[in-house]
Design a protein around this ligand. Structure first.
Ligand code: SF4
Ligand code: SF4
Ligand code: SF4
Length: 579
């Protein structure tokens, strides 16, 4: 708190004379000053106490909430290194944790922290590998390493550094090799007590403070390329924990999978999902270049998709880290297009236009003239409707399904009443077979019943598809009929692969910023993707009807609607991977 004060300048000799002449003045001044000092001292003490209380609360909450370190305790790596980890944790000295990106250096740091008998008041973490985390709150350019670690004073304000804030606790500095030699020397001085961490405020960080360091390369490599100063390297030589990449310790996978399945199931408010053998096999066969971080993300995404109870192989989407916008134009970058497609009237207005037209057509087919040339419904169906569906799929992918009155009626029925049962696994697993079977049945029926000559039979077929869509909507979650059964939609999905339109999510954004996967789960009253799609997992137009529900649900602006060279998807499939 600030206090107004007045300054009176009196030469020292003159002041001494005053005191001699007026002794009471000297007494009063001394008392006033003593009172001020005592008051300030009390304030400082109070501030210290407040800070200690806050640390206790923050540290306690932190320890209660954080279970990330537990991922290590069940692994063989931990069992084999348990003694060393505990010894290093207990002696309070610095520790270097090395390993590739994503192996779990942070988690091991927390494990060391949690096993420190003292120095466990607070855990702070800074990552010099990631410049984004070094920006001050509210934006601006990244702070220098000195400012971050040792504090900054400017314009009369003071911002304490992490060293000062972490006193009595543990500070994990990820990216040791990114620190300058000067900063490393300063930290070394802090460790061996040569220097205290003087802050620009004049305050001193009171040791003890435990420093943990993280690096992506082992100590020898760091030394060889000058990534660590020699004295610090010597100190850390016997105090290093190296975590091997996940591909070299696949025996740890079952324990890690179990840990993350439990963790994320709990976060989703569900009982731990079962992981059948075939899913485990998919996970064990992967080489996990992104290590534990990739495993955790993959399982988290899989569990969001898994619905209730079982994590199936088709819920696992691997190799997610690809940028996919080369040679494509994102139509959503045009503000007009973006606003139009994000509007609640899209695609509702088109659906409401198409529905009456469809029902009129079906009535005409069912109850109109039996002569196909005189039945307007029949003429429209074969001369315009059918060719438009096929040619349209080449042009605007499966967009017809977004306005299709059969699908829309199913969705409407669901809003009124639905059991919302999970879709039986057999439909998901063999959906391609169901769709093919249905498409072949339709073509076969068309031939054997000479449908073209009998408008009534076409009407019956449309009514049957409508019935299927409504029945599945009443029984199952989302639009199960359209996703797994409808042959018409399946056919359009097949042709849609050559369409110049595609909807894809920016996986970099999804991986780095998304925690809720709202494109799939939905937001509040807005349901998620009706076709069971997680936008970043989309690699083909086949299962997306371009309804743009995901665009409305995604708050990270990760959904893109690309204009691409026609046939690009087929080319990508031929290459064996999307680019
Ligand atoms: S999948 Fe079939 S029923 Fe569903 S919207 Fe598409 S065409 Fe209509
Ligand atoms: S598209 Fe949006 S909501 Fe979906 S995963 Fe990506 S960021 Fe999350
Ligand atoms: S991925 Fe998006 S656009 Fe495609 S069907 Fe799902 S919600 Fe609609």
């Amino acid at each position: 708190a600030e206090e107004r004060c007045h300054v009176l300048t009196i030469p020292f000799d003159a002041l001494k004379n005053y005191f001699k002449r007026f002794p009471l003045l000297s007494y009063r001044l001394a008392r006033a000053l003593a009172e001020k000092v005592t008051k300030m001292d009390r304030r400082l003490l109070q501030a210290e106490e407040d800070r200690d209380t806050l640390y206790a609360i923050v540290g306690h909450k932190d320890r209660e909430a954080d279970v990330s370190y537990q991922s290590h305790t069940a692994t063989r790596f931990f069992r084999q290194n348990e003694q060393k980890i505990r010894r290093l944790a207990e002696d309070g000295g610095p520790v270097l944790i090395t390993g590739e990106s994503g192996v779990g250096k942070y988690q091991l740091g927390r494990l060391v922290f949690r096993n420190s008998p003292s120095l466990n008041r607070i855990f702070l973490y800074v990552n010099f590998y990631n410049p984004d985390t070094l920006r001050p709150e509210g934006g601006g350019s990244p702070q220098s390493e000195e400012e971050i670690l040792f504090g900054r004073a400017s314009g009369g304000t003071y911002q304490p550094g992490l060293i000062e804030l972490a006193r009595g606790g543990t500070l994990l500095i990820m990216g040791l090799d990114r620190l300058s030699a000067g900063t490393q020397e300063r930290l070394l001085g802090l460790i061996d007590g040569r220097t205290a961490a003087e802050s620009p405020s004049g305050a001193r960080a009171k040791p003890p403070l435990r420093l943990l360091f993280g690096a992506r390369e082992d100590l020898k490599t760091l030394q060889a390329r000058g990534g660590v100063v020699p004295d610090l390297a010597r100190l850390l030589a016997e105090r290093t924990l190296s975590i091997p990449p996940l591909r070299d310790r696949k025996k740890d996978l079952p324990a890690l999978i179990d840990f993350y399945v439990r963790k994320y199931s709990a976060e989703l408010g569900r009982a731990p999902a079962l992981v059948p053998e075939e899913t485990l096999k998919v996970l064990l066969d992967h080489s996990w270049p992104g290590n534990e971080g990739e495993l955790a993300e993959t399982l988290k995404r899989g569990l969001v998709l898994a619905g209730r109870g079982v994590l199936q192989p088709e819920d696992i989407h691997l190799d997610f880290k690809r940028i996919e916008d080369r040679g494509k134009i994102d139509l959503l970058k045009r503000p007009l297009v973006y606003r139009a497609l994000k509007s609640p009237s899209f695609p509702a207005a088109l659906q409401w236009t198409a529905a009456p037209f469809f029902f009129l057509l079906t009535l005409l087919l069912l109850f109109g003239p039996s002569d196909p040339e005189r039945n307007i419904g029949s003429v429209y169906t074969w001369a315009l409707g059918w060719p438009m569906l096929v040619i349209g799929s080449f042009l605007w992918a499966r967009f017809w399904c977004a306005v299709c009155p059969m699908g829309t009626t199913g969705a409407l029925a669901k809003r009124i009443q639905s059991l919302d049962l999970p879709v039986p696994h057999v439909f998901k697993k063999y959906s391609t077979w169901f769709i093919m079977l249905m498409a072949i049945t339709v073509i076969w029926l068309e031939m054997v019943t000479e449908m073209r000559q009998h408008p009534f039979r076409i009407g019956l077929l449309l009514a049957a598809v409508l019935g299927g869509s409504v029945a599945f909507s009443l029984l199952f979650e989302r639009q199960a009929w359209c996703s797994y059964i409808c042959g018409l939609g399946g056919m359009m999905g097949f042709f849609a692969k050559v369409s110049p339109l595609e909807l894809r999510a920016d996986r970099n954004v999804c991986l780095s910023r998304c925690t809720g996967h709202e494109c799939y789960t939905g937001q509040g009253d807005h349901p998620g993707c009706p076709y069971f799609q997680l936008a970043p997992a989309l690699e083909s137009n086949q299962n997306c009807k371009l309804c743009l529900t995901c665009l409305k649900n995604c708050s990270h602006r990760a959904v893109n609607l690309f204009l691409r060279p026609p046939g690009k998807e087929l080319w990508e499939l031929r290459q064996g991977s999307p680019v």
